[in-house]
Design a binder for this molecule. Sequence first.
Ligand code: GTP
Ligand code: MG
Length: 450
Amino acid sequence: MSDIICAIATAPATAALGIIRVSGADVLSVVAPLLYKINGTPAVLEHGKATLCRIQAEGEVYDEAVVTYYQAPRSYTGEDTVELCCHGGLYVLQSVCELLLQKGCRMAQAGEFSKRAFLNGKLDLIKAQAVIDLIEATSRAERKNALSQLEGHLSRRLSAVYERLVDLNTALLAYVDFPDEVDAPEEDTLAELRAIEKELSALLAGSDRGQLIKEGLNIAIVGAPNVGKSTLMNRLLGYDRSIVSDIAGTTRDTVTEGCRLGDLKCHIADTAGIRTTADPIEQQGIDIARARAQAAQVVFAVFDGSRPLTEEDIALAEEFGNERNLAIINKSDLPQKADLEYIQDHFIHIVKLSAKQGEGLSAIDGWIETQYSAEDCGDQGILTSLSQAQRLLAGRESVRRAIDCLEMGFTPDLASLDITEAASAVGEVTGQTVTEKMIDNIFAKFCVGK
Ligand SMILES: Nc1nc2c(ncn2[C@@H]2O[C@H](COP(=O)(O)OP(=O)(O)OP(=O)(O)O)[C@@H](O)[C@H]2O)c(=O)[nH]1
Ligand SMILES: [Mg+2]
């Protein structure tokens, strides 16, 4: 199979421009004979320079493209790479690709460019995950974190932990092999293991937030009937998704949509108004609403500020009032009659707004920003992948076992087994100790052309 791979790297849709990527040792031997200057003489490509070329073979012109050549190792993959920035018609792109295949390239598999970058040491697995996260980013928080990971702070931190574990093991094994010549490692080793455990805990603490950035915050809007939950939902989404009416009990099925609040990707559920009812269908809606609220990370508890609190409101304040949830006093455009003191007793976070008039809604974005600010992931980057977090968790467990072993006075060779396991778990996250199958699984998640 040819070692030179090619693929359309842009989305499979008609657009102004489309990029074909070609990568492999001596890529120019295949691509250069197809490229001519507009005056008809053969084009000469230089590293890092964009050159306007005509793509031509056997007298047939396929396209005019801006072609950039990256000489190994100074390319994304670490190999000789050519990017053909063609006109973005699917037929044009496909026919150029077919021409490249005829001339000896083969189609790249999903993620193969990035896999080659990894194998050539251009990208570790943290950065590879960051490339996926960046492509899939739908919020500023996701973009910011993916870019910090690409800069390599997190990779360096994790690689440092890996190196420290390997060094520690080397010292321990030296003692096991030559107990008379090497000092007993006890105190230093214990101190270093405790420091590593602390560092792994710090990395794991950030990973919960990483998941949140990536997966999005689950919010349930709950409240008594007619308080304006669906009006609020529609306002937050920016379009009419839920039915609004002045008939109490309008919403029955839970309506869920994705949107962005503050910096964060969110999934909002508008639910049935909660009250005592004899209608079995409405009751089902209310049961689902409660289940949704239980499962949500945050509840927006909505109250109608224009009327005194009802028994239902009071029961809901008791049910959902806590330091995590947000009380929303709606209908601020009308004269206010609700007893806010009662709500203040149950909720720390309260905003007043008019969903109907669209006034005061920025308070919700502001609240999300302060509670879940993107700034606190700093410039270091935090882990976003659950499987990465699980490997680190396993690594920390092994470190803890090694500490126990040494504290209980077992021989160092036992601790050494745990440290080896810890190093291998951490190394799997950065890619320092991964197997070929793991690499294939990771890069298969990429799209073709990446
Ligand atoms: N004046 C005023 N009316 C509002 C406001 N928000 C909602 N309403 C009105 O209140 C009524 C109920 O609104 P909905 O959004 O359907 O209320 P809901 O909480 O979803 O009601 P259910 O689905 O029945 O539980 C409608 O007539 C809305 O126009 C507001 O901020 N100000
Ligand atoms: Mg509703």
